[in-house]
Ligand binder design. Structure first.
Ligand code: ADP
Length: 798
């Protein structure tokens, strides 16, 4: 293992990865550096709007002209009114909407050279030589071809007398950047495409809803999800929704699968399951490449299992609805970074795409990603399923493996994964409630049982451990825990004192506990750190102690993300959407208070995901000067016709300048210009069923912990550590490092990766004022297109 690796993982994690994105917008001098156009193409995806908004406003905030191309490549070829200069307000009110508000269309003519020459004309005649495309692999292939042909296309336009040689010389290169918008996450190379997380939300909501009705009637459901070539949505959806059987293109079942499926579902019923859910990707096939249809699965289940079976085809529901919090902030960050990329002086040798990899923005050569994706598809066509699965990457394969264990009917002790050192593992929760605690407890229990360990569930956290309240957990005891919010084992927040430690030591001894898995937040970590420190006084504490981070606040060291924070963020974003909708009267400012204790993570990410004009964080505090500055901006905006302003305040930002104080100050100073309302979101943020992302994260942490536990020999140093994912790596940090990594007083890590995103919110919140190049007067870019003397040449597509 083990211990050495754990230690080195702990050291390797500081500093937390590379810079997420280089942001210093507030001091950037305003200087036109070229013209940018943005378009969305191919299938629509939730989050495209957030990316378009960030590209437009990010560009304007840097003082460059930005153009919106409507209806994808179709609009690019057609020109005319399809390509319009964007103002700050062109992209107002779109962040929370699904689909793409600038339109998308398939274009045959763009696939021809003639069409692309027209497109080149339409760009160069407007002085545009920087193009951002948000779309799937077809659209991105298109931009790669277009970019490589650009010099020839311009030469042709000069030959035809459509543009002058000077114009061609002024724009020798087309700078391009691609963002991947595709709900089924089928592009190899990025962790999540724009839209995939929202689609998973729709799938998980549907599976959860169907599970409840299926259980009432003891029915079986076959749920078909999107994914013609890629089983991503089926695997993640099946894992998050605890589906009993999964059928995907990359892992076609061997002959006789129908009987095995029947056997497994029948055994599930026998074991006490009230429902059976089969999730099927639309492109599922058998080993001979023959499509497996939902209807075939249904008839097998009805005839051979004798169960009333229903089919639900989710179809376009998966593309619909509001984008998830993740799709909003990820697309915002990517769009913002794309502008920097387009404007940077050095162009890339090859066209690039930008994506998120390991929670960090990365560039990838576009054609590499496309070729890898095509290789996976080719492998599928050729029936080389091992290669297709390999091409999907390690996290896909692991998710599939985890699904098979977790959603089996019983532990598979014959699989050769049986541990050589069975332990009695106690599992408990500690700290505040966080959605995903049950998911983690279920996953720890089942992964451990699958290896041959014994699992003991402790009730009510450390209090239950002190009082000896615990029970054995069997496979079916945790059935149904995966998708459910709350904490079935119970949870308490307790600071351990000397008497507690003594009682815990007795309890550990009495119940012969020889490993502890603590699932929780700050107080769980403090308690574990205390137990580690007291090992010399209490030798019974010298057992492996693992902590799994679950807290909505995301204020724990050793991890970029804790389980529960994504769910809380989605709750906040949904609430704010509603609050904004409630503002029918013009001139309304909302001050929304969100949780987080002394950590501003939820506040900042909510601000990015909802487009809040201002966010106040505990890390920065609140000053009177900051409030005055905000008031000035607010008054200016409302005077110019703005209808609504959103201010988010993290609960621990200031003891003096409370939410109520801020609201009253704004109300008083706003006079007749605007009125102010407050919303303190409170405990709804800690409730709800875990989001698909949190279910996945909880499961991954549990998997890693049980794997690690199996590596520890009795004569090894017994680790006391916390699991986490930071800068893309999942690993462990020793509790020995806990105090060094955290600001104890403020209960948060000393280094917080997400603070780097602060500048994006500032840059996108208010339009900068800039000097009109003609009049020299200062104008706001949202109320004037500041290139009034432009003559646009247009050419209509015939
Ligand atoms: P997606 O981008 O979602 O994969 P499509 O494959 O339909 O969607 O592609 C969208 C558009 O991108 C097409 O209508 C076409 O205009 C353009 N496109 C796709 N493939 C190419 C190509 N090989 N060359 C040029 N343009 C292409």
């Amino acid at each position: 293992m083990g211990t050495a690796e754990i230690r080195s993982a702990g050291r390797a994690r500081e500093p937390l990865g590379s810079t997420l994105v280089n942001i210093d917008k507030t001091t950037r001098s305003v200087q036109a550096k070229g013209r940018i156009a943005v378009l969305t193409s191919g299938g629509d995806a939730q989050g495209m709007n957030a990316a378009v908004r960030a590209i437009v406003r990010g560009g304007l905030s840097q003082g460059v002209d930005v153009f919106i191309v409507h209806d994808g490549y179709h609009g690019l070829v057609k020109g005319g009114d399809q390509i319009r200069p964007a103002t700050w307000n062109s992209v107002g009110g779109i962040l929370h909407r699904g689909g793409t508000s600038i339109g998308t269309a398939r274009s045959k003519s763009f696939t021809t050279r003639d069409g692309r020459r027209k497109a080149a004309f339409n760009l160069v005649s407007r002085g545009i030589d920087r193009l951002a495309v948000i779309g799937g692999d077809g659209s991105l292939t298109g931009i790669a071809i277009f970019g490589s042909e650009w010099p020839e296309l311009l030469a042709e336009l000069v030959d035809r007398g459509e543009i002058t040689a000077e114009v061609a010389e002024a724009h020798p290169i087309l700078h391009t950047i691609g963002l991947v918008g595709s709900i089924d996450n089928d592009l190899v190379g990025t962790d999540s495409t724009i839209g995939a997380d929202s689609a998973l939300h729709r799938i998980t909501e549907a599976i959860d809803a169907i599970t409840s009705t299926a259980a009432s009637h003891q029915r079986t459901f076959v749920i078909e999800v999107m994914g013609r070539r890629c089983g991503y949505l089926a695997v993640r959806g099946g894992l998050a929704g605890a589906a009993d059987w999964l059928l995907i293109p990359e892992d076609p079942p061997r002959d006789g699968w129908e009987e095995r499926m029947i056997e497994s579902l029948a055994a599930g019923r026998q074991a006490g399951r009230r429902d059976s859910i089969v999730v099927l990707a639309e492109g599922a096939i058998d080993r001979h490449g023959k499509p497996i249809t939902a209807e075939h699965v249904r008839s097998v289940l009805e005839e051979d299992l004798g169960e009333d079976t229903r089919i639900t085809v989710l179809g376009h529901v998966q593309r619909g609805g509001a984008p998830s919090a993740f799709d909003r902030y990820m697309s915002t960050i990517l769009g913002f970074a794309a502008v920097d990329d387009l404007l940077s002086a050095d162009s890339h040798d090859e066209p690039q795409i930008m994506g998120l990899r390991n929670n960090r923005i990365t560039h990838l050569p576009l054609m590499n990603a496309i070729n890898a994706t095509r290789a996976a598809n080719r492998a599928l066509d050729e029936g080389d399923y091992a290669a297709a699965l390999a091409a999907r990457g390690g996290s896909f394969r692991e998710a599939l493996a985890r699904h098979k264990i977790l959603n089996g009917v019983e532990p598979d002790l014959s699989a050769g994964t049986r541990t050589s050192r069975p332990r009695r593992i106690a599992v408990l929760h500690a700290g505040g409630p966080a959605p995903g605690m049950n998911t983690a407890a279920r996953a720890v229990t089942r992964f451990a049982l699958d290896r041959g360990h014994h699992v003991i569930g402790v009730e009510d956290g450390f209090t239950g451990l002190i009082e000896g309240r615990m029970r054995d957990l069997g496979w079916m005891d945790v059935s149904g825990w995966g998708p459910s919010g709350g904490a079935k084992l119970g949870v308490t927040r307790r600071r351990l004192d000397g008497k507690d430690l003594y009682a815990i030591a007795r309890s550990i001894e009495a119940h012969r506990i020889d490993a502890l898995v603590v699932i929780g937040g700050w107080s769980a970590y403090e308690a574990c750190a205390r137990m580690w420190r007291e090992r010399s006084s209490y030798p019974t504490f010298d057992i492996p102690i693992f902590a799994i981070p679950t807290t909505i606040n995301n204020n724990l060291p050793g991890t970029d993300l804790s389980v529960g924070s994504d769910t809380a963020l989605n709750s906040i974003v949904e609430s704010i959407d509603r609050i904004k909708q409630s503002a029918v009267a013009a001139g309304r400012c909302f001050v929304v208070e969100v949780m987080g204790r002394h950590c501003g993570y939820l506040a900042l990410m909510a601000a990015l995901a909802t487009g809040a004009e201002r966010v106040f964080l505990p890390e920065e505090g609140i000053t009177l000067a900051a409030l005055e500055e905000e008031l000035t901006k607010m008054k200016r905006s409302f005077k110019q016709g703005k209808r609504l302003e959103l201010v988010i305040r993290s609960e621990g930002s200031s003891k003096v300048y409370t939410t109520d104080f801020m609201a009253r100050l704004f109300e008083e100073e706003g006079g007749s210009l605007f009125s102010v309302r407050t919303a303190i979101l409170g405990h709804l943020q800690q409730g709800g069923d875990p989001s698909p992302f949190d279910r996945m994260l909880a499961t991954r942490f549990a998997w890693r912990v049980i794997n690690e536990l199996d590596q520890i020999a009795d004569d090894d140093h017994q680790p006391a550590c916390f699991v986490g994912v930071a800068a893309g790596q999942m690993g462990f940090t020793d509790f020995a490092d806990f105090n060094r990594l955290v600001d104890i007083e403020n209960q948060r890590p000393k280094t917080q990766w997400w603070l780097e995103l602060r500048g994006i919110n500032t840059a996108l919140a208010h339009p900068p004022s800039i000097a009109n190049p003609v009049s020299g007067k200062k104008v706001l870019v949202d109320h004037a297109v500041y290139h009034p003397n432009d003559q646009y040449h247009t050419q209509e597509e015939t």
